[in-house]
Design a protein around this ligand. Sequence first.
Ligand code: HEM
Length: 447
Amino acid sequence: MTLQEQEMSSSTSAEVADNKPRSRSQRTISVGENNNQVNRKASTHQDQGERKLIGIDGKWYDITTFIPHHPGGDIIKHFIGRDATAVFHSFHERDVLKHRKPVGDFELDEDPATEAFRQLQKFFIENGYFETSMLWYAGKFAITFCLLALSFLCVIASEKWYVHYLGAFFLASFWHQCGFFMHDFMHTQGFHKAKIDRWLGTFFGTVCLGVSGSWWREEHFSHHALTNTVNPETKWSDPQAHEAIFAQNERLFPLHNSLFEYYAIKVQHITFLPTCILFGRVAIILDSFREEKNVREWVAFVIHWTWICLLLSFLPSWYECLVFYSMAAIFEGVLHIQLLISHYCKPFYLENDICTTQNWYRMQVISNINIVNPVWMDWFHGGLNFHIEHHLFPLMPRHNYRKANKHVKHVCKELGITFDECTWSEAVIRTIQHLKKMSTHFSLNPN
Ligand code: HEM
């Protein structure tokens, strides 16, 4: 039986199963870039009724009433009618489909990347790569809270202004590390229990760092599921990629249409670093609380400002308070550069292609850069120097990425997918050069 015939026969069984007429398409398409070229057939599902179906492991599931209750949030909506096997497995450790009955079948993606990365995930699970070392975290917490204690010590125990400003540096380092803890716990990398991990995520994100953890979680899942992806029809884009003042890919150009954006994008290669450093912290705090409705986040935000005010109250003047806070915010700005350089100069995708013509695992490898650094520098990147490993397996605790790296590289080599890695300074230079190139291409009216 040919694949087309198999598809037709499974289509018939699906129609029998849910008793509704529908059409399904399967296309042979050439996708990818350079050595990442591959031919594959894509399964999509256009349900003609009200029902919303999602494809996982060759089966269609009806998620119509489940969508508002999905613990992973609204991102699930973007995969309606698609074979979401890869993205689904990347985000779920438990068998969350146990109690769900499929309503039909489809032919699984024939791209070898899907099977290869699924096998790799199984290998990682069986060999304990998804297990969290509490001892490792205990050590990290101890060091991080020492940074906070040092910051208090500098402002309380000395009257010298330069010791106070050293305290600002320690405060920034504390925020920087808390940002990574928020990231880990919102990915349930800590206890692998959504409830406990979310509380810890809010503690590190909102109480310690001052950024709404819940807002960040929702945004971050979209960033993960649809990395470097744009939908020009809905004007939607990967939230981490879409900034009013940067257009790092032609696919983002149609999302910018004001004169302000035009002038900002024309100088984006010059403003990129200063903007991240000077305004990164303030921008993310304002963004995260602009539409925040979660009471828990607001309570946590008040607690954040209570301890910040307590710390500032030990300084002798308003002027020193202002300089101290500004310096801490600027030092912490490095985090915002770190968040962007792993993606900004990488290829972009159209949302409609993801999980239809563009294999999700390949897209993850291609849209990421790993930062090469010695093991003792992993703390500085919060383990996210292994960005490719993280995007493929976001539930894996970060202390296992270095171990996982050689296996991921091996699979990429076998599949012929370029594994992009460079040093931090190279990644910064590549990003600036790329922004410059894009700024010269950009025009408000591309036609
Ligand atoms: C029928 C399909 C699905 C079901 C039943 C389902 C169910 C769940 C459940 C129960 C959780 C909580 C996990 C836990 O407590 O261990 C979860 C988390 C999540 N789901 Fe789904 N899900 C489905 C499909 C999807 C799809 C297609 C996506 C695609 C993006 C997705 C993205 C997520 C994310 C991002 C999380 C949070 C993961 C984390 O905590 O790090 N889910 N889902």
